[in-house]
Design a protein around this ligand. Sequence first.
Ligand SMILES: Cc1cc2nc3c(=O)[nH]c(=O)nc-3n(C[C@H](O)[C@H](O)[C@H](O)COP(=O)(O)OP(=O)(O)OC[C@H]3O[C@@H](n4cnc5c(N)ncnc54)[C@H](O)[C@@H]3O)c2cc1C
Length: 304
Amino acid sequence: MKGENWRDALIAEVKPERYRYDEPLAGYTSFRIGGPADLLVEVNTRAELAELVGYCERTGLPWFFLGRGTNVLVDDAGFRGVVLRLGPDFARITAEDHCLRAGAAAPLALVAETAARHGLSGLEFAAGIPGSLGGGIFMNAGSYGGELKDVVVAAEVYQPGTGFASLNREELQFGYRSSILQKTGGILVEALLRLTPGDEAAIRARMKELNAQRRAKQPLEYPSAGSVFKRPEGAFAGKLIEEAGLKGRRIGQAQVSPKHAGFIVNLGGATARDVLALIEEVQTAVFQRTGFRLEPEIRILRRE
Ligand SMILES: Cc1cc2nc3c(=O)[nH]c(=O)nc-3n(C[C@H](O)[C@H](O)[C@H](O)COP(=O)(O)OP(=O)(O)OC[C@H]3O[C@@H](n4cnc5c(N)ncnc54)[C@H](O)[C@@H]3O)c2cc1C
């Protein structure tokens, strides 16, 4: 990129409706960690999205797409470039027969709630996942035996360089905590989910039960990004970490949760540096003890 005035040049050409200079990202993440983005832009139409990403690609400006920030760790130095979010017009949810059509910015919990209200079963597992639908599909988020891949039929994706396209489930290439979007850099704007008719009371009871299990097992009283590591083949990250004696281990204000060793929590004022140091310590200790290489599930956004 960029001379001193690249931000003014971008604003003058793309004319986004909502943007902020030097916006601290901590407030946009569930970890409550992260320095400022040079420019944070919230887009509210497909045309604005295409124009903004097109501009960044043409001019070589680094950009990053942020959902609800519940699976990311942002560098203390922030991000040198453009951080892009979808605005409220991308959060609409409508019911059609046994399907829900929802914008990528819709909170997963709200999508699950809407399904329940229409007596549609299949999203009970997602009621307690704090991310957006788009982030959930990007990650193929799942819990308690369900995954988004089980219900996603099609998705509309903006692919930098080629534009908007509809992808079906096969084309989304879901895997454990992965989808094609992690390889292509495509931005999901809307998805169609196929659900099963069910009894509203039973659906709500199941959601309530799963959320109670979460509250009992997870340190929801502290900021975090959920499970830090992917589940290694044939084992559970939390169990391996606990067995390595690291439950409660602390670096600065970051701590391996004493309640659930798969979570790293921010005790108040933790830095990305603290969290990264703790991740490394956990990876080394678990590898030395068991031979398992723990791979982070969370996405790490580093200063360019
Ligand atoms: C307390 C807690 C509990 C959690 N429990 C679970 C759980 O049970 N199961 C589970 O799977 N996860 C869980 N998570 C992790 C997280 O909520 C999910 O991964 C969620 O789907 C991330 O969505 P997000 O909108 O916050 O994405 P972000 O964290 O903002 O982004 C994550 C990645 O997705 C990309 N992305 C986001 N939106 C889009 C989009 N529209 N198009 C393309 N790419 C996009 C981003 O670029 C980034 O690389 C938990 C997190 C917390 C804090």
